[in-house]
Write a protein that binds this ligand. Structure first.
Ligand code: UD1
Ligand code: UDP
Length: 356
């Protein structure tokens, strides 16, 4: 049994890491094919170092580009490698262009495809991720759905039940495997002069927010409102895309918002765990906030993670509402919700299913 693990971006490295560890534990033959969609040190290499992962056997260095250009390059190059290696199964995770290219390349070569984090739907096809999710799910042979809800979406689209397996989300494994290490080895808060529970944490990178001046500007205004109301810093490890667009639109980052470089996973877990509240348009952060018991405000008009809203951990705010008021409401509520994403054994369930 040979498994090809295809990944290319920050969240894929993090969420695939428990699967890579599980393969190592069981001595399963696997290799990593990195598309190079993310390539800056702080978006890529730092995660291999923090998570103590061996470097990928292949790196395609595809880099940034338009959707067609980026996906097309990946598709051609992944095909070449799969033809040479002919793994028994290809694993992909999530909803990026890397996932789309990996799923298409493998399925057309009649190599079985396992989609980790299958069945998520925002029902908003203007999001590139939604297109990637739908296509990947429909060409996959194994659909590893994190929750009952995601399984239901797949069934509703006519995917046979025997292809679907509910596993929880590997992000729980990643948080549980790394939080303690992070607490013991990092002093992130003191380095940044922050006190636990005395700051807000934010990330923004979604195309619909960064590429529209009015939305990006509204988000920054929201941070200003938060600072005015609470007099606590808003810590903003900014994705390179967001920095680029803030500069391009000549927007001013408000006082009280502290822009820093994107953090490695061990530092970032500390930042999340210690935050009073997380404001984000990230998928992974909505989940991690929920797992860590930190309230979250989602700076989008919808989410493919409704489980976090259902348990009371998250609220969908858009970008134009009264963010400070919502922050007041979320920080005043109970945080003892149940984690809907499983008990941290998703990687084990996925690898067992494949070996079966
Ligand atoms: C991609 C995924 C998104 C995922 C996110 C995780 C798609 C369509 N989007 O978005 O679903 O949530 O990754 O972070 O697959 N850049 C750098 N260095 C890097 C990578 C990117 O500077 O290492 C900059 C470049 O200016 C690039 C821009 O960020 O043009 C966008 O990168 P891209 O990979 O196209 O999309 P992300 O916004 O990162
Ligand atoms: N993350 C990180 N450092 C940061 C920002 C995010 O390690 O500065 C991690 C975060 O803990 C989560 C993942 O990156 O596991 C989320 O990635 P991102 O928000 O880029 O993508 P998405 O989840 O929206 O696809």
């Amino acid at each position: 049994m040979k498994i090809a693990i295809i990944l290319g971006t920050r969240p894929e490295i993090i969420k695939m890491s428990p699967i890579i560890r599980e393969c190592e534990k069981l001595g399963v033959d696997r290799y990593i094919l990195h598309t190079g969609q993310h390539y800056s040190f702080e978006m890529d290499r730092v995660f291999f170092e923090d998570l103590k992962l061996a470097l990928p056997e292949y790196n395609l260095d595809v880099g940034s580009g338009s959707h067609g250009e980026q996906t097309g390059k990946m598709l051609a190059e992944i095909e070449g490698i799969l033809l040479k290696d002919m793994p028994d199964i290809v694993l992909i995770q999530g909803d990026t262009n890397t996932v789309l290219a990996g799923a298409l390349a493998a399925s057309k070569l009649h190599i079985r495809v396992g989609h980790v984090e299958a069945g998520l739907r925002s029902f908003d096809r203007s999001m590139p991720e939604e297109i990637n999710r739908i296509v990947a799910d429909h060409v996959s042979d194994y659909l590893f759905a994190p929750t009952e809800n995601s399984k239901r979406h797949l069934l509703d689209e006519g995917i046979p039940e025997n292809k679907i397996c509910i596993t929880g989300n590997t992000v729980v494994d990643a948080v549980y495997q790394n939080l303690e290490i992070s607490k013991q080895t990092r002093h992130t808060l003191s380095k940044l002069d922050l006190e636990k529970g005395e700051y807000f944490l934010t990330t923004v990178h979604r195309a619909e927010n960064t590429d529209k001046k009015d939305r990006l500007s509204s988000i920054l205004i929201g941070f200003e409102q938060i600072y005015r109301k609470f007099r606590l810093p808003v810590v903003f490890p900014a994705h390179p895309r967001t920095v680029k667009m803030i500069n391009k639109f000549r927007l001013k980052v408000p006082g009280g918002t502290k822009v820093i470089e994107p953090a490695g996973y061990l530092d970032f877990l500390q930042l999340e765990d210690g935050a009073k509240l997380i404001l984000t348009d990230s998928g992974g952060l909505q989940e991690e906030a929920c797992i860590l018991g930190v309230p979250c405000i989602t700076l989008r008009d919808n989410t493919e993670r409704p489980e976090t809203v259902d348990v009371g951990a998250n609220i969908i705010a858009g970008v134009n509402g009264n963010i400070a008021h919502l922050a007041e409401k979320m920080t005043a509520s109970e945080t003892n919700w149940d984690n809907p994403y499983g008990i941290g054994n998703a990687a084990k369930l996925i690898i067992n299913k494949i070996l079966d």
